[in-house]
Write a protein that binds this ligand. Sequence first.
Ligand code: AGP
Length: 613
Amino acid sequence: MCGIVGYCGPRRVVPVVLEGLRRLEYRGYDSAGIVYLENGKLIKHRSEGKLSNLEMIIDSAIIAPAHIGLGHTRWATHGAPTTNNAHPHSDCSGDLVVVHNGIIENYHSLREELKSKGHRFSSETDTEVLAHLIEEYLEDDLVSAVKEAVGRVEGSYAIGVLWTGLPDTLIAVRNQSPLVLGTSTEQGTFLASDIPALLPYTNEVVFLDDMELAVLKADSFKVYSLISGSLLDKEVKTINWNAGMAEKGGFKHFMLKEIFEQPQAITNTVSGRINLESGSVELPEVNFGKEDIGRIDRIFLVACGTSWHAALVAKYWIEKFAHIPVDVDIASEFRYRHLLVNDRVLTVSISQSGETADTLAGIRLARKLGSKVITICNVVGSTMTREADGTVYTHAGPEIGVASTKAFISQLAALFLFTLFLAQKKRTISPEKSRELGKALIDIATVVEQELPRIQADIVKLIDNFYDCRDFLFVGRGLSFPIALEGALKLKEISYIHAEGYASGELKHGPIALIDKEMPILALVPQDDVYQKSLSNVEEIKARQGRLILIGTEGDSHLRKLTEDVIYLPKVPDEMNPILYTIPAQLLAYEIASKRGCDVDQPRNLAKSVTVE
Ligand code: AGP
């Protein structure tokens, strides 16, 4: 997704904007640009490719005595990733510029209308329409012109605007694409698509909501509702992430750092929510009482990608312990099928970013149909958390790597907490069972911390025979099936190896035709309640000379008779296996991608948060 950075204040604007764009690189982009106001003139630089290309052409501008400007990293939606299509985009005069994240659905008709009025376009983008539309309405009041222009626009947008006629002011508008302000009396006022861009300068942030317009000056900001026109009293939130947390901390990649942060992410997510004496789980932010839960006939879990895999795990847990039927939907399917949702359905969205367009659309539809909505989310103040009826935050900290790891593990921890919360309210588990399961969740963080270095070493040893494979199968049964899907997704998204996850029992219904002595298959075979069945599936693979990697329980010597590539994990309560067995799957993907020299943190074609359909 595109990244926006804006600044006005006492600092030189070019270094501030470049640093901010650097911290948004993880969002995925294919061109970049910057604009600043110097001696009453707008100076614009743009380039294709990585930010380093832009830095090369900026040259002496880095010390330009300019203190207000905008920057942008573009993830192409309309128009090729060329310099000419890179933001910022200008109006005909060149005195007004715009940066934008989102999609202008009606840009074509607007473009034709503006061209008929004499406007000249220089790019293929939908964004440029915004610059000319504002110009069309602009006389001497920029705020009014922006309001009128966005009133004509259909679609999603986060916009930054700068005009030579108002040299000390940035205008920002948000509708369905994230925008956050950073405020600091000493450092000035900031605008960004996401928090990491602000952290070097301030922890005090203000999240814009849909249909809000902000007026930013060096020492102040004002936010207006585009619906009522009124001035809004927005809450300034303090983000307890420091800039360092968003750095690599000595690891080769953000992804590896975040894999090793998982024990802390579990602990941070669980702490303060389980009473170890009684075993009871408290989730006050869910604001959901016993009577609410008593009225629930069904739960819909809605998510995308890795978050959808977390939902698949949660289905097993919720149905087993809370005895509530659960449907799991991929959000892009959920929002378009005929939904049997009403006020006796609870809809739970799961999202690291809280901005995923399909998941957002899904919960908006569910609410419209009468369902209460809870979201499991990692980003404070993100759209999903502000639209849901309640939130269970995962405290994983900023996840910079595009491939989700610690956020996923934190989602599992949060969903297990939520399961215990539901089961306690419905009295479907005893206090003893609740205490036992709560302790298992707390303890798993320690187990993961202890095992991580050894698992990584084991994985590094075995990947020499696998890193150049063209295909990979991952299989698991029961609680291990969603982890097989997650392992396949991790591998394919960062190493570009074609990988598929399957339920072990499904092999003989087709995929077994793929198995020969060339095909690597990673099978998850913990000694759980479906162990014998899983072992039969492994024997089927062995009989066809599949290249087995087995992940199983310490002491299970039988596995070594099937393959030499075995990763052993300690015996933990079956319910905790999804958390523990994800670790080798993540590390296998990471080590293979790293050995293949792939861009692990920013894989090709991918974005950290998919804020468009
Ligand atoms: C997972 O590694 C991917 N980055 C992707 O599948 C991601 O999980 C998906 O886009 C959902 O994102 P969200 O959790 O922010 O909603």
